[in-house]
Each structure stands twice: as structure tokens, then as C-alpha cells.
Ligand binder design. Structure first.
Ligand code: ADP
Ligand code: MG
Length: 270
């Protein structure tokens, strides 16, 4: 297996883009699996009522399975509802069930509504050694995503190499700046990942160029290709890293994870 440098502090990534279908979940689970297979301790918190990250990591999230809902709404401890993923040792998941669909409304009237995830995560991290946390967000800028932005230390924006790729990103950046100013001063867009890249089209190259000129420092050199293996893996309850480890999709996620780990190490060295 490929070793990764461990960060000196837990890195908490919120994987956000309010557009649906851009590769948030695919990116969260595959980067998490890559880092865990590389020997690090990794946590994935599924914040989307669809529970796609739970599915892709081989975790049951049928009705009645406790997880993110209990943590956000009932104040349960993260520790009590984490499940180990069969994908890798040291990869744990907080599952999301459809119950979470109601949480968006319930949060509106709850105390310290933007801070609930941050508090729960801080409590957990205070006595568990974790290298990476991935917060897989729903496709909206509601209170669940806000909780994730407040709990995180870094933002990872996946951008699909399609028409209107940057549409919505300026809205996301405005939201990020508000959160930064009011609720989480240290928050930064550290990483942008180009997903579903089709090397045969001029469009993909144009979108990639546009994104790189907007997020010059943040965009990873590695791009994730459009790959049937990547899209098939969740139906087997797997990530592409274990489903087809030699496929182009698996290799690209492994490379992206390496870039993220090295960048983190470099930033700390400054
Ligand atoms: P989001 O979480 O942003 O809604 P997903 O990660 O669920 O997006 O991806 C949307 C769909 O695209 C899913 O069906 C997923 O399997 C597929 N997909 C994601 N990345 C790729 C890729 N690189 N190649 C092919 N299909 C992909
Ligand atoms: Mg998703």
C-alpha cells in the first residue's frame, strides 16, 4: 500500500458545491478510502439524507439506523454511531438516513443551530486520533451545509467539467465568505478537484482552464476522468479503489489523495 504523510493536526474537509451530481460524494468516499488504505485514520460524516456516501462505503443506512440525524438534532455523541467501513481499516462512517431530510427544518428552531456539528466533532476529536475528516454535503446551502462549513477547517470544491461548471460557485464563495467573517475565521478553500473529465472533448479542456484561472493555487494537478468503473462501484457498496484498483479512476483518486496529503504537509512546513 501507499503510505501518506500524516498531518500534524486533523484536517477537516467540507466537500461542498450546491450543484447536485458534480462528484461530491464520489470524491468524499474515494479520497477517504485512498487515505485510509494508505494507513491513516479517516472519518466520513454523511450529511446528505440520500445517504450515498454510506452506500458507497458499504454501510447500512436503512430507516432506523442511527447516525447524523441523532448527532445534529438529538445531541448524540459521534462516537456512539460510527460504523467501520469494510473498505479499509481505520475508515469510519457516520451514516445518514432519510430522517435527515427533516433535520433541515428542525434545525431552524434549535439552539446554536450552526454550531451543532462543530461541537460534536470537537468533542469526538478531543479523544480520538483522526488524520482526515470528510463532510459530504447535500446539494444545497441550507443549515446542514452551514453546519459543515462551520465545523470544517478546509473546503474542497469538486467541479464537474461540463457547461456552467462555475455557475453556482460564486454563490458558494459568497456563502463561504459570510461564514468566514461570522462563524469560522480559519475556513479556506484549500482544494479544487476537476471531476468527470472527458479528455476527448474540447469543452472539458476549456472548463479546466477556466477553473484553473479562477482557483490558480487550489486546483489539483490531477483530474478525475469520466469512468464507468467509478460510477459502477457504489452499486457494489464499494469505492473504485477496492472495486477496480488498477482502473484509471482509482489511480486518479489515489493521486489526488497523495497531492492533498503532500500539500498539507507543505503548508505545515511553512
Ligand atoms: P454529488 O454528490 O455531487 O451529487 P456524485 O458523487 O453522487 O455527485 O456523482 C453524481 C453521479 O455521477 C453518480 O452517479 C456518480 O456515480 C457519477 N460519477 C461521479 N464521478 C464520476 C466519474 N469520474 N466518472 C463517471 N461517473 C461519475
Ligand atoms: Mg452526494
Amino acid at each position: 500500500s501507499t503510505g501518506f504523510p500524516a498531518p500534524t493536526q486533523t484536517r477537516i474537509f467540507v466537500v461542498a458545491n450546491q450543484k447536485g451530481g458534480v462528484g461530491k460524494t464520489t470524491t468524499s468516499v474515494n479520497l477517504a478510502a485512498a487515505l485510509a488504505l494508505g494507513g491513516l485514520n479517516v472519518l466520513v460524516l454523511d450529511l446528505d439524507p440520500q445517504g450515498n456516501a454510506s452506500t458507497a462505503l458499504g454501510i447500512d443506512h436503512g430507516p432506523g439506523v442511527p447516525g447524523t440525524y441523532e448527532v445534529l438534532i438529538e445531541g448524540a455523541a459521534i462516537e456512539d454511531h460510527l460504523v467501520s467501513s469494510p473498505e479499509a481499516p481505520h475508515l469510519q462512517v457516520l451514516p445518514a438516513t432519510i430522517d435527515l431530510a427533516g433535520a433541515e427544518i428542525q434545525l431552524v428552531s434549535s439552539v446554536a443551530r450552526e454550531n451543532r456539528l462543530r461541537k460534536a466533532l470537537r468533542t469526538y476529536l478531543a479523544d480520538h486520533p483522526v488524520d482526515y475528516v470528510f463532510l459530504d454535503c447535500p446539494p444545497s446551502l441550507g443549515l446542514i451545509t452551514l453546519n459543515a462549513l462551520v465545523a470544517a477547517s478546509e473546503i474542497l470544491i469538486p467541479i464537474q467539467c461540463e457547461y456552467y461548471a462555475l455557475e453556482g460557485v460564486s454563490q458558494l464563495v459568497r456563502t463561504i465568505n459570510l461564514v468566514k467573517g461570522e462563524l469560522n475565521e480559519g475556513l479556506e478553500v484549500s482544494t479544487v478537484l476537476l471531476t468527470m473529465y472527458d479528455a476527448r472533448t474540447r469543452l472539458a479542456a476549456q472548463v479546466a482552464e477556466e477553473v484553473r484561472s479562477y482557483f490558480t493555487e487550489q486546483t489539483l494537478p490531477t483530474v478525475i476522468p469520466r469512468s464507468v468503473r467509478i460510477s459502477e462501484a457504489p452499486s457494489y457498496g464499494q469505492t473504485v479503489l477496492t472495486y477496480h484498483p488498477d482502473s484509471a479512476g482509482a489511480v486518479s483518486y489515489l493521486e489526488a489523495a497523495q497531492e492533498i496529503a503532500r500539500r498539507g504537509a507543505r503548508q505545515e512546513g511553512q
